[in-house]
Design a binder for this molecule. Structure first.
Ligand code: B4P
Length: 184
């Protein structure tokens, strides 16, 4: 049984690697970015509220995300493990998740922090050409990452479940490094 949380800046490869681990270990891949993008595409009430934040490269407000994660982690397919990708993005989301996992009698096994230098992230994201991947938005997402998400790294380091993986390598190399940590 595996409960894995990915941390890392935008474009670090969280989504890419989370999908691979989800297929390898047959556990659901829960990506708040994918959930939000699909809500925007379908113009659901959540999508309508989230869209302007995402287009600006801001985090969407916690009140839009917390209930959504709670519901998703309570679904039956999440009882045997999961890969969380894109959540938590700030310390208040991390504290919420910690309480929620306690209530569910679960604990995260590993928090996998993918490290990649900013210059490489900008290059990767510009070549991806997603709607929120223009240079201004990318810079804003990186600023928000440094301000709001970097403190989450210390939150988990203090709990002794943080593993740092160099994400500035080929996709296969990164996957191998991740599996080495998870299967040790
Ligand atoms: P996310 O969907 O989480 O997107 P991301 O951080 O930009 O990308 P990720 O790190 O997953 O990169 P990927 O693998 O795709 O968030 C989007 C937006 O949603 C946020 O800005 C925010 O507004 C909102 N949001 C999401 N969660 C939220 C939350 N919890 N609270 C509030 N708001 C939230 O890789 C990027 C590119 O690099 C790809 O093209 C890939 O092919 C390439 N790549 C990957 N690994 C590589 C490697 N090893 N070498 C070369 N290229 C590689």
């Amino acid at each position: 049984m595996k409960r894995l949380i990915f941390l890392g800046p935008p474009g670090a490869g969280k989504g890419t690697q989370a999908k691979i681990l989800s297929d390898t270990y047959k556990i659901p891949h829960i990506s708040t970015g994918d959930i939000l993008r699909s809500a925007v595409k379908d113009q659901t009430p959540l999508g309508q509220k989230a869209q302007s934040y995402m287009d600006r490269g801001e985090l969407v407000p916690d009140d839009l995300i917390l209930d959504l994660i709670k519901e998703r982690l309570n679904e039956s397919d999440a009882s045997d493990g999961w890969v969380l990708d894109g959540f938590p993005r700030n310390v208040s989301q991390a504290s919420f998740l910690e309480e929620l996992l306690k209530e569910l009698n679960f604990a995260a096994d590993y928090v996998l922090n993918l490290e990649v230098p900013d210059e490489i992230l900008v290059e990767r994201l510009l070549s991806r050409k997603r709607k929120d991947d223009n240079e201004d938005t990318i810079r804003r997402r990186l600023e928000i990452y440094h301000k709001d998400t970097v403190p989450v790294i210390s939150f988990y380091r203090d709990r002794n479940i943080l593993e740092v993986i160099q994400g500035d390598a080929s996709m296969d190399t990164v996957t191998t490094s991740l599996k080495t940590v998870i299967e040790k």
